[in-house]
Design a protein around this ligand. Sequence first.
Ligand code: ADP
Length: 633
Amino acid sequence: MAQPPATTLPTDDTPARRSFSPRAAAAVALAVLLMLALTVAVLRLVERTAHREAAAAVTQRALTAAQFNVATLRRDLEKHRALPFVLAQDPDLKTALATGDPQRLAALNRKLETLAAGTGASVIYAVDRRGLAVASSNWRGPDSFVGENYAFRPYYQGAMAGGAAEHFALGTISRRPGLYLSHRLDDAGGQPVGVVVVKVEFPALEEDWAHLAEPVFVTNSDGVVLLTSEPGWRFRSLVPLGEAAAEQLRRSLQFGDATFAPLPIRPFAAAPASKPLVSGDEVRADVPGHPAGDSYLHVALPVPSTHWTFHLLAPSRAERTGIAARMQAQALVVLLLAYIAIATAVYARRRLRRHNAQQAAIRAELTARVQARTAELQAANDQLRAEMEERRQAELRLHAAQEELVQANKLTFLGQIAAGVAHEINQPVAAIRSYADNAGSYLERGEAEGARSSLVRIGALTERIGAITSQLRAFARKGSGAREPTPVDEAIEGALLLLGPRLRTQTVALVRSGDNGLHVQAERLRLEQVLVNLLQNALDAVAGRDDARIDIATHADGSRVRIEIADNGPGIAPEIVERLFTPFSTSKPEGMGLGLVISRDIVADFGGTLDTRPRGDAAGGGAIFTITLNSAP
Ligand code: ADP
């Protein structure tokens, strides 16, 4: 058995949807590029923000550390500053300086030695008014200051001029840097007798600084490094010194033969080389023991009571990269989530669009199918209508043909009946003639009564002739087709009247029985025609029989009325019983075989039936024809 063709509506699994069109591929590529660009931009931005955040955090810590160190340094300085001031008030020192007495100076040497050891000052020495060192705490050592002339030293000149001075310099003998604190001594008359000098060195401080994680250093007002945690940085300059300034410093021997090479510290970002470093700047520096060019945060604080500046370089790379990494990771997660959300939304939209397109395609397909099916149905409908029309036409033609047949059938009867009727009329006409003659004779004899009686008979006879002819005329007319309550008795009477001549020539017992006064839905003339047909056949069947008998029975049966015409003839011939109601079935030499066909048609037209059955009781069979019709009030 042939399978119906498979349905090819698009579904979600159609493979075509999985392939990308070149346009879609280009869009995806563009989207990926955009995402990459956005990611790079965001990471850059985040890095910059991280940079700022790291700078802020490191600055805060560096500032705290710097403040602590500055305070320590200041405390150290303050401690040592008291010493020259106190010594300047010492009368022994004054006397020794004023007199230059060797004994006093020798005692002074020992005193200063003891004091230096006690206060932690590196050297304490006394210079006379000419600048010559006359006593010193290191008088025992090979590098004793005694006998040296310090008149050129700014701390001597400053103290002589202003009473006190401070000067950081490299020791001319010791070659060790230190802070020289000097104070002038005046005699009772207010005349200067000399200057006492305390040299303070900071090895312990620098030692402590060396252990710090951050490189620290102290610069003077020229930017020259005085104290530092990095020994190699001493006497280098924070900002390049002018050649003239450097030369002058070299001549002063303040820092020996230092070259004042710039410190290996440069701004983080490209900046003019001349731009001075500002506290809070990010810088790159080559710090021994650390990667060259590593990044640091530079913090600078003034050291109170001096012209010095304390510097601290806080390593910022780790902090910055740490914060940047953390923030970038967070940004990446957020971006990733955003991309996933966007991709999901785009995918969902694409899916929805595809789904809608599929639905539209399905709808279009369905619509097309419905239209095709509708067209088919329309065509079938049209064809059906055409067929119906054809059938109607055929029916009309059939009906017309039937009408013709009915008419022909009637005319056949008329032909048959005509002879009988002629005979029927002949007889009364002859009687009228003789009555007319009689009436004439009576009139001649003046017997008015006799003449009148003859005329009355003539009148009766003409009435009879009129009845016969009017019945014939009515029968010959075509039926109107209208159904109406028809009195059954009258129809039977009419039929019998038509058959009157034949009934009189043929010896047959005609028996009527059943209910009287019944009405049926029919047309009188056509019902008469049916009755004439059936009675004719019955008369044919019983012709020649001595005991010929025809029974006409009428019965009311609920809403129906039965009219039965039974004869005691030979019954229906077996060779035609099967096709009794089909046209041209006849057993008679001159028969047409149309009577029963037309009769059944007429009865069916009235909404009734015409059937036959053998009559069981009569010898030789006999037939019963039954007309069943709807009763009418
Ligand atoms: P026709 O009378 O012209 O032959 P009908 O259609 O009236 O045409 O009758 C068809 C046939 O049916 C008759 O030839 C006859 O053989 C049979 N037939 C009809 N009525 C009877 C009857 N009452 N008894 C026996 N045969 C009958």
